[in-house]
Design a protein around this ligand. Sequence first.
Ligand code: UD1
Ligand code: CA
Length: 456
Amino acid sequence: MASKLSIIILAAGLGKRMHSSLPKVLHALAGKPLLSHVLDLAKKLSPDQICVVIGHGGERVKEIVNDASLTWVTQEPQLGTGHAVLQAQPYLDQEGSTLILYGDVPLVSLASLEQLINSAQGKTCGILTAVVDDPFGYGRIIRDENTNAISGIVEQKDTNQTQQSIREINTGIMVIPNACLHSWLPKLKDNNAQQEYYLTDIVKMAVGQNVAVVSTQAVHDWEILGVNSRVQLAELERIYQNNYANKLLEKGVMLYDPARIDIRGELRCGTDVEIDVNCIFEGTVILGDHVKVKANSILKDVTVSEKTAILPFSHIEDAKIGANCRIGPYSRIRPETQLTDNVHIGNFVEVKKSQIASGSKVNHLSYIGDTAIGNNVNIGAGTITCNYDGAYKHQTIIEDNVFIGSDTQLVAPVKVSYGSTIGAGSTITKDTPENELTLSRAKQISISGWKRPSKT
Ligand code: UD1
Ligand code: CA
């Protein structure tokens, strides 16, 4: 960027129509606050500073965004967009330009902003406008009949009938030279239908002082949409998800239905990845080549290596899964778990903070917590690691080539040594010797002549 750039994000509005105690800009789109979408975008322009104007619920906004690189400006009371920018004026340089963004317009693209900034060249005012089918509620762009240059913006409530039919509207996003802002902001008046200080009135001032006002349009229609209600938020969520799904399809990811995937973070996929319906991806998820994620699975901050299949209804969080593994259906893998290659985790198995090495299997109804499992281990159905004594967590170590019979409890801390076999139904409280059969089981007896009670 040639000249200095400041960005002011307007985020003081109440958001009454959300009917929520949460400040509007904190409502989540794709799992992230609206304001954070705008901030992430603003940062991509590498501005010299970002000011965020807050008001309603401002302290909460500050606390949740928690970003020391920002300049927070409080607007109290909220007397309009011009008044909002006026609060940030003391932080603006004499030189350079300022880009105005809205904290509740989260989908605008970097390309559209760059286009706007480039068109204004640091010297003129630039306005991002849009031509819409239904302009109701928006400020209308007034153009000179002869030159077609922008001569004003009229707010909905101040429009006359002719102006109401104008379909070119102000998106609210604009770039203005700082010198102009310093001179114009203090002169804004509130003599209008809403008795607000309109930022849009600077257009009249620009015309009066022969400062050109240029306009550009967003690359996509949906970029300019704002959030005023939960209905609009839901619409924007669908647009966001649809865009993300299309991006994945274009990169070669096989989505069974692009309308039934939700990505709340970042999803990176290798080649020939298949994703069945109703999967949710949160945080950063990385899927290797030929990975399959079957229906209704939820993955958060997970890396999956090539050719692994995640079968339906699996829930995996903060884990690393190796290659050629088979997970699920109905598996739950909890944080700090690492599976090496060729591992099978089956139905109703919960694994927490454990490492499972190559070729090992936990196929049915088990809890494995705080455990290191070696290579080629078979864990029988219903095996439980008793890792918690009510106060502390303890480790279980299961070495290579161990076979654990069904319905075994391993009371940690305990080690099942190399090649051990554990008889079904055992409660193991002591380390086992290598290559031997260990079992703890009451002797089976039969009582002859015993009669089952019966009703008379
Ligand atoms: C504003 C524009 C209008 C434009 C429309 C696009 C003005 C006067 N009008 O309309 O031309 O078509 O946006 O949506 O600029 N805000 C504050 N403090 C305030 C008032 C607003 O921070 O005192 C923030 C809001 O939180 C919101 C943004 O500014 O993020 C726009 O406010 P909103 O009330 O939605 O815009 P309008 O005045 O309806
Ligand atoms: Ca609005």
